[in-house]
Design a protein around this ligand. Structure first.
Ligand SMILES: [Ca+2]
Length: 299
């Protein structure tokens, strides 16, 4: 064979081998990627099972203790765990009840919000903007804001109730005074899902104080101590056993308070080999302890 022909055969052989090597490498890579994907999907699915198991456990607990306040629950599983947190939404103030659809301010709730913001060292100046954000009309209140204000910012004024506390940062005067981290400061006190009245069995200290300026820190502490040592208040009149709560004060705060809970949020996390799944739900519990899921998300 001539040298030129031998060279051509050699080049051809090298090309064939290179092509085969590339195909083998590609196949191995694809197999590895699909194995990783399958492994991740399995881990994700398993973590979701653990989150759901944890959620179901919390739902059972709610049936046995409908005044559940702030319950952390951890379950250990093979190569993972489930963790859930039940929060009682009726111990918080519902922002959506600040104003009705006709634009009429709920005076009692406005006072509650002013008091809680003052306790948190935040200015309640944006309550007018919040009321404008919720009410259906486009007539701006004093210091409020309607579509005319938001158009320049490419934001649509909601003109209906908030769906998430994150919306607060779209509203005039919120973003200026509340850095994003502050949302964690607000979530123990504010909600978008509740019956509207404050449950004195589950409200934290600051909310109890916000109900009336006449409820001092000492009185609020007595309420919390009483429910811990003697169990839940069965009716709002039972507050009269607390030194400092006089009949005249009770009649003032009666429209604002209750002893029942109907709304709960549950955040359930499942972990399997460092892969996490998160489930968030809002539950309505009726008097017969029937549970209705109002909101559900899993990620
Ligand atoms: Ca409006």
């Amino acid at each position: 064979m001539k040298i030129k022909e031998q060279g051509a055969v050699l080049i051809f052989t090298i090309l064939i081998l290179s092509g085969l090597s590339f195909l083998i490498w590609r196949q191995i890579s694809l197999n590895t990627i699909s194995q990783l994907r399958a492994s991740f999907s399995y881990h994700k699915l398993q973590s979701l099972y653990y989150a759901k198991a944890s959620l179901n456990d919390s739902l059972k607990r709610l049936k046995t203790d409908p005044n559940s306040c702030f319950i952390k629950n951890t379950i250990n599983f093979l190569n993972g765990s489930g963790y859930s947190l039940i929060e009682n939404e009726d111990g918080k103030i519902n922002l959506n009840f600040l104003v009705n659809s006709e634009g009429v301010i709920n005076y009692h709730l406005e006072q509650l919000l002013k008091n809680i913001f003052t306790s948190l060292h935040l200015s309640p100046v944006f309550l007018n903007s919040l009321a404008d954000w919720i009410d259906e009309d486009n007539i701006s209140r004093k210091n409020g804001a309607e579509q005319v204000y938001y158009s320049s910012k490419n934001i649509r004024c909601k003109n209906s109730q908030l769906d998430s506390l994150g919306e607060l940062f779209l509203i005039k005067d919120y973003s200026q005074q509340l850095p994003k981290l502050e949302i964690k400061t607000l979530t123990p006190y504010l909600t978008l899902h509740s019956q509207g009245k404050i449950n004195i069995n589950t409200a934290p200290l600051l909310i109890l104080q916000a109900i009336s300026p006449k409820i001092s820190t000492k009185i609020a502490e007595r309420i919390i101590k009483h429910r811990r040592t003697n169990g839940y208040f069965l009716q709002v009149e039972d507050l009269l056993v607390i030194p400092g709560i006089e009949p005249s004060l009770l009649s003032q705060i009666k429209p604002l308070i209750t002893t029942e809970s109907n709304y709960f949020s549950i955040c359930a996390t499942g972990t399997y080999k460092k892969t996490e799944s998160l489930i968030q739900v809002i539950i309505h519990l009726d008097r017969d302890l029937n549970q209705k899921i109002l909101y559900y998300s899993e990620t």
